[in-house]
Design a protein around this ligand. Structure first.
Ligand code: CA
Length: 230
């Protein structure tokens, strides 16, 4: 499968150039023109990497990056047009991330993308196979092969946890990621859905506790689940 690269860029000319360079180099480019569209897309699916313009019409790239990091560890390459933006990117201590200054050579940018993806692949620990299978197209999740009957929010919660085993999600982060309006934004909303979710998991595997509570911080998916039902 080709690695998907999300391009967040409001200038169609630059986006076209990037899409062309990425697709001729074996990537699957996806393009959105605003920060909000980028965040919506990233909540739905995880690309291998994000190319993020800083000067966007709605949210600037730094704001998008901040919100994105609340729920995703996807590598980000910033596109910068001004020297002061470069200073800010360098000052952010972004770890695996990088930046490219406009105007840039598409070939150089694609080479950077490759380098980052190689680095990320090396750094990622081998994950044990999880007993969950997510079918994002059908919005369904199987647990040890059994399909779970999930409400919309239970699905969103479990998908989020399953995609980041061991990562402790704060309740407000889960609310922000899974609930689309703030009208029900209460921590106990998350707790109530975790409770019903746990009951459904227990029905399949009565002796396991796949969703762990971290007191005062939030919830995480257990990393030590057996590959087969005990
Ligand atoms: Ca721009």
């Amino acid at each position: 499968m080709k690695p998907a690269i999300l391009i967040v860029e409001d200038e169609p000319g630059i986006a076209d150039t990037l899409q062309y360079a990425l697709s001729t180099d074996g990537f699957e480019p996806l393009w959105v023109a605003t920060g909000e569209a980028a965040l919506a897309r990233l909540r739905e699916a995880s690309p291998a990497l994000v190319i993020l313009d800083i000067g966007l019409p709605d949210l600037n790239g730094f704001e998008v990056f901040k919100r994105l990091r609340a729920f995703s560890e996807v590598p980000v390459v910033f596109l910068t047009a001004r020297a002061d933006e470069i200073d800010r990117v360098v000052g952010l201590e972004l770890g695996a991330d990088d930046y490219v200054a406009k105007p840039f050579s598409p070939r150089e940018l694609v080479a950077r993308v490759r380098t980052i993806l190689r680095r990320v692949a090396k750094a990622a620990p081998a994950q044990p196979p999880l007993p969950f299978a997510v079918d994002a197209g059908r919005r369904s999740i199987r647990f040890y092969g059994r399909p779970l009957e999930l409400s919309r929010y239970e699905y969103g919660l479990l998908k989020t946890l399953v995609e980041h085993p061991g990562h402790v999600f704060r309740r407000d982060v889960l609310l922000d990621k899974v609930w689309d309006t703030s009208s029900e934004s209460l921590d106990r909303t998350v707790d109530a859905h975790v409770k019903t979710l746990r009951a459904k998991l227990k029905a399949v595997a009565p002796t396991l506790e796949p969703i762990r509570t971290h007191r005062g911080s939030g919830y995480a998916l257990a990393e030590d689940l057996p590959a087969a039902l005990p």
